[in-house]
Design a protein. Structure first.
Length: 341
């Protein structure tokens, strides 16, 4: 059987990866795409956000962090998909792996060369990196992961250019070109981009990567602590520990929220803690509403959408994930509890 091309979709927290993926999954392009999702934090909210209504596409979830479990979960997910495909149980002709916003794509890409079973079934097509035009500059300043994601890209897609002026876009593009002169930079507007900018790029060139990182294929000891993955997973394949002050926590409740109280509380939260709130999202049960509310944000930019209807057989409740730098978890949790009905 021909090798299945795989795309690694990466980009910093909130850059617009899921928005892009959702658009691709909705578009009638003829590809049958299997998706492997990975999220920072133990609750997979993207699970709820991604469209899952097409029987042409499969969404394969794995909790934990791709960068920690790269030689474990990712290999298992890819191998399971390949076995099902060979057995005729699943049909797909492309795989997209959406990494967490804090992942270094290096080890994810490595999997395609280091694992025989994966290499026997898949061809790494390209690393596509989404960069947030509004927050990208700061993310590149503050986070090594953001630089690696840009540096490793075979294609850079600039999102949220609607939120900034041309000067800011030009400065960011110039910086991206300095970090990665090889990757073409295209704009993506709320995920709108030709499919040919994302799939079938055949952009991954091992020789290029070895030039940038001669250790790319080096086998390393896997020494870090998996118990900490959910909250502190930002190890790269050199096992440098960084971003240790970034942590994720989850709020869950089986009681509905009072809309006015929650709006006011979240508004205050982002005013006070916005600069440290790297990414937050949730699926909410609002009092009196028969549909889910999906809320999410990056720093001070917060928004919400109406989601799917609560099914009759579904237990109603809310779950939210906050990822930030030194956020006062107790203040968040206590405040949210006070917004419940
Ligand atoms: N203004 C604007 N907002 C955008 C654009 N693309 C995405 N967004 C918004 O940015 C937020 C984050 O988008 P996601 O697609 O969830 O980002 P992500 O990279 O998947 O986030 P994580 O996986 O959580 O790191 C959402 O509220 C999107 O609606 C864009 O081009 N312009």
């Amino acid at each position: 059987m021909a090798l299945v091309p795989a795309t690694i979709l990466t980009g910093f927290l909130g850059a617009g990866k899921t928005t892009l993926l959702n658009r691709i999954l909705r578009e009638p392009h003829g590809y049958k795409i299997a998706v492997i999702e990975n999220e920072f934090g133990q609750e997979n909210i993207d699970n709820e956000i991604l469209v899952q209504d097409s029987n042409e596409q499969i969404v394969e979830m794995n909790n934990g962090c791709i960068c920690c479990t790269v030689r474990g979960d990712l290999i298992i997910a890819l191998s399971t998909l390949a076995q099902k495909r060979n057995a005729g149980e699943l049909q797909f002709d492309h795989v997209v792996i959406e990494t967490t916003g804090l992942a270094n794509p290096g080890p994810v890409a490595q999997t395609f060369f280091m694992d025989d079973e994966v290499a026997a079934h898949y061809l790494l097509d390209a690393v596509v990196t989404v960069v947030d035009a509004k927050h990208g500059m700061l993310q590149l300043d503050d986070h090594e992961e953001a630089q690696r994601q840009a540096g490793f890209a075979d294609k850079l897609l600039l999102s949220k250019t609607d939120l900034v002026g041309m000067d800011q876009v030009d400065a960011l593009v110039a910086r991206l070109k300095r970090i990665n002169p090889r990757a073409p930079v295209n704009k993506v507007d709320f995920g709108q981009v030709p499919i040919s900018d994302v799939l079938d790029l055949r952009g991954f060139n091992l020789n290029d990567k070895l030039e940038i990182d001669p250790d790319f294929l080096a086998v390393e000891e896997h020494v870090h602590d998996h118990h900490n993955c959910d909250a502190h997973c930002s190890h790269d394949h050199h096992h440098a520990h960084h971003s240790d002050d970034i942590a994720a926590f989850v709020f869950k409740s089986e009681r509905p929220f009072n809309t006015a109280r929650l709006d006011e509380f979240l508004g205050n939260l982002v005013q006070v803690f916005g600069p440290r709130m790297l990414r937050y999202k949730g699926v909410l049960w609002m009092e009196g509403a028969d549909r889910k509310v999906v809320f999410q944000g990056v720093h001070q930019m917060m928004g919400s959408d109406i989601g799917a209807k609560w099914r009759d057989d579904e237990a109603r409740g809310s779950k939210m994930v906050f990822i930030g730098k030194n956020l006062p978890k107790d203040t968040f949790i206590r405040g949210l509890e006070q917004c419940l009905v």
